[in-house]
Design a binder for this molecule. Structure first.
Ligand code: NAD
Length: 495
């Protein structure tokens, strides 16, 4: 077996060879990745079933189809994204070339999380390939079947010099972080996120941290409670609550709490039957450690719905806790399981105060028909992303950047934002050696004088409303008028 240091060195050599700078090569790799999804989607669904007892519908909608469509967007558009850009110029650079080149960073490390183990490891990989990087992938060891699938299948489809997979847990991750990468993309907890960030700072390696946290969900009395309840329960209980953007807790009035619980009882019965444990649609908790952590959050709480558990099956029923206090154990950390606490607030102002007293969340949900209150919350709180009158949906909008802020992470991806994440925007100013250009720029040279300073401050001064956009047309028009006058003048002379 090769050491991590040798693998990373090999990737640096592959990047230096220039292979991944070739756009046709990138396209071939991206198409191979799509072919891998198309040819092995059954194995992907099996791995997800084995790790989380994920139902086929959740496996396809949230991971397999998501990956395929994200990749198709990249394949359809990345040639456009790769193109060098010509940003607007000012009068100072009128005669120059001003460009932005899209440079790959080099060798990128992508570390995924276990809750959506295929999607979270492979979606960033596609963006990194499109941007022209070599990639080392480390899936989460906690979702072992998915990790094995990636480690065994990916090398059969992608160039083995440029894209590698390594498996392992905390020990292997620590060893990997000692290597020199050009970019690190990490998805997981804030605890390990801090370790990754520290390792990045040692080498000044840029990074994206896709972390988690407690995502609040505010409901007011103007919301349609029947629709809101369904949308919130779906976002909470999909993947058994093990979703980074699941609504972590609800903030609402006592009256809304009562309506929500009443409605939730009938919705949960309709979805999962009298005994949710028998339902094939509910995932299981990933492992015993997380099961124990979650079961301790229910003990002693005010359980309005659910609360049943089976350690042998790692099963926890969809559970709703009412009249929860901020000091209760369930409110101390991200829940990451099928437990939904409700806390009482009287209005949007109280909700804002509550949210702002805590870390900035990854997602925030507002259920309300009151536009003023919605705007009030949006303007006075900070979060990675928002979804109004629904849950999770913003994640799937490819034109929206997905990522956290503050304790919920830094950087973003999805669609073009993923390509941008793995791309260094290299700026370039191109000048020629024309005598006129040199004359105009000569005021910068010593010996300095009042006259040169005055010329430079005048020419460099920013003027509002002055756009260089129309300058070429004005110049062309000017040249046209001047040449007409010259022709007329000369023909008069010959008359
Ligand atoms: P984690 O951070 O605990 O573990 C991630 C990986 O880090 C592990 O697989 C392990 O290989 C490694 N690791 C663990 N301890 C380590 C150590 N001491 N030193 C070095 N490496 C170590 O995260 P997790 O349990 O896989 O994921 C859950 C968290 O991820 C939740 O907070 C969730 O909100 C967040 N998450 C965020 C997103 C997002 O897109 N923002 C998506 C999914 C999950």
């Amino acid at each position: 077996m090769m050491s991590f240091s040798d693998i990373v060195q090999q990737l640096h050599t592959a990047f230096a060879s220039g292979k991944t700078r070739n756009v046709d090569f990138r396209e071939k790799q991206l198409k191979n990745l799509l072919r891998m999804y198309e040819e092995t989607h059954t194995e992907m669904a099996q791995a997800l079933d084995s790790d989380l007892r994920k139902h086929k519908q959740e496996a396809y909608v949230m991971e397999i189809e998501f990956l395929m469509n994200d990749l198709r967007t990249i394949i359809f558009n990345f040639r456009e994204w790769v193109k060098m850009e010509k940003p607007p110029k000012t009068i100072v650079n009128m005669m120059d070339g001003v460009f932005i080149y899209k440079d790959p960073y080099g060798v990128v490390l992508v570390m995924g999380a276990w809750n959506y183990p295929l999607q979270l490891s492979l979606a960033p990989v596609a963006a990194a390939i499109a941007a022209g990087n070599c990639v080392l992938i480390k899936p989460s060891e906690v979702a072992s079947a998915s990790s094995k699938y990636i480690a065994e299948t990916l090398p059969k489809y992608l160039d083995s010099e440029c894209y590698r997979v390594v498996e392992g847990g905390a020990k292997e991750t620590s060893e990997l972080l000692q290597q020199k990468f050009d970019y690190i993309f990490y998805t997981g907890s804030g605890r390990v996120g801090r370790i990754v960030h520290q390792a990045c700072s040692a080498n000044l390696t840029p990074c994206t941290l896709e972390l988690g946290g407690k995502s609040p969900c505010y409901i007011d009395k103007t919301a349609d409670i029947v629709i809101s309840t369904k949308r919130i329960l779906w976002g909470k209980f999909i993947n058994a609550g093990q979703t980074c953007i699941a609504p972590d807790y609800i903030l609402c009035s006592k009256q809304v709490q009562d309506q929500f619980v009443k409605e939730a009882k009938s919705v949960l019965k309709e979805w999962y039957g009298e005994n949710p444990k028998q339902s094939p649609d509910l995932c299981r908790i990933i492992n015993q450690q997380h099961f124990q952590r979650l079961s301790s959050l229910i003990k002693g709480a005010n359980v309005a719905i659910g609360g049943d558990m089976d350690p042998d099956d790692r099963y926890i029923a969809p559970t709703i806790l009412t009249d929860v206090k901020p000091s209760d154990p369930v409110m101390q950390d991200e829940i990451f399981g099928p437990i939904l606490p409700i806390l009482i607030v009287e209005n949007a102002y109280e909700a804002i105060k509550f949210i702002n007293a805590r870390d900035k969340p990854l997602a925030q949900y507002i259920f309300s028909n009151n536009e003023k209150d919605r705007e009030l919350i949006i303007a006075n709180t900070s979060c990675g992303g928002l979804c109004i009158n629904d849950t999770l949906g913003h994640f799937a909008v490819e034109s929206l950047p997905f990522g956290g802020v503050g304790a919920s992470g830094m950087g973003s991806y999805h669609g073009k934002y993923g390509f941008d994440t793995f791309t260094h925007k290299k700026s370039c100013l191109l000048k020629d050696f024309s005598a006129l250009g040199e004359k105009l720029a000569s005021s910068r040279y010593p010996p300095y004088s009042e006259g040169k300073l005055s010329f430079l401050t005048t020419i460099l001064k920013k003027r509002q409303g002055f756009s260089m956009k129309f300058l070429p047309y004005i110049l062309t028009f000017g040249v046209g008028v001047a040449s007409t006058l010259l022709v007329k003048f000369l023909s008069k002379d010959y008359d």
